[in-house]
Design a protein around this ligand. Structure first.
Ligand SMILES: C[S@@+](CC[C@H](N)C(=O)[O-])C[C@H]1O[C@@H](n2cnc3c(N)ncnc32)[C@H](O)[C@@H]1O
Length: 196
């Protein structure tokens, strides 16, 4: 192993350890969460948390600056039931304490990765649904919304390729608030899958 790669592995391990510690601190007792992945600046989840004070919410995003702004937003709104963590979706699902479960999940306008060679980066995938399922009881819903037609078609195909989650036919979107990307979109499509 060359020195550069060893250093990279060390950095990844350190980052994972910090994330694990942060999640353990935030959720020191059993919790059932509403999770938003790719929450950006937190507009949607902050409003959601204010509207549903009985629900514990967690917003996750890769970008630290967005997470800081999201946290401030929710504090300004006076909501104490939403937390935001900088992290990658798969790592957060992997590193959350085992007593943390999910009771609903939102993925709103995820990065569409339009170029074919980048499709492998799309969050919504068979692998993702499989990891997500480990944290969810039967009946939990995952809500997906995108303004990118090919990503929507991809998501439908992903659902068809696995049997842990099933599409919900006539669903009602549980909470409407424009996200930053929704505000910019000419149109969008939504789908909901339910854990079997
Ligand atoms: C196109 S933006 C949408 C933000 C927000 N949901 C909205 O609708 O305005 C996608 C967000 O997902 C975050 N993101 C992308 N991949 C992610 C991943 N694997 N884990 C966590 N966040 C991710 C990005 O940093 C970015 O903030």
């Amino acid at each position: 192993m060359n020195a550069g790669y060893a250093q990279h592995l060390e950095w990844v391990e350190k980052r994972r350890a910090q994330l694990e510690e942060k999640l353990a601190t935030l959720f020191s007792v059993p919790a059932v969460l509403t999770l938003e992945i790719g929450c950006g600046h937190g507009h949607w989840l902050a409003d959601f948390a204010v509207s549903f004070p009985e629900k514990q919410c967690l917003g996750v995003d890769l970008i630290g600056d967005r997470i800081e702004r999201a946290q401030k937003k929710v504090e300004r709104a006076g909501a104490t039931n939403a937390r935001f963590v900088r992290g990658e979706a798969f790592e957060v699902l992997d590193l959350m304490p085992s007593h943390v479960r999910l009771n609903e999940v939102f993925i709103l306008f995820p990065d569409p990765w339009p170029k074919k060679r980048h499709w492998k980066n799309r969050l919504f995938s068979v692998k993702f649904l499989s990891e997500l399922a480990k944290r969810c009881a039967s009946g939990v819903r995952c809500h997906f919304r995108t303004d990118h037609g090919p990503y929507f078609d991809w998501a439908e195909q992903v659902i068809a390729e696995q049997d842990v989650w099933e599409p919900e036919g006539n669903f009602e979107w549980p909470f409407e608030r424009e996200t930053v990307f929704q505000n910019r979109a000419d149109s969008y499509q939504s789908l909901v899958v339910v854990k079997r």
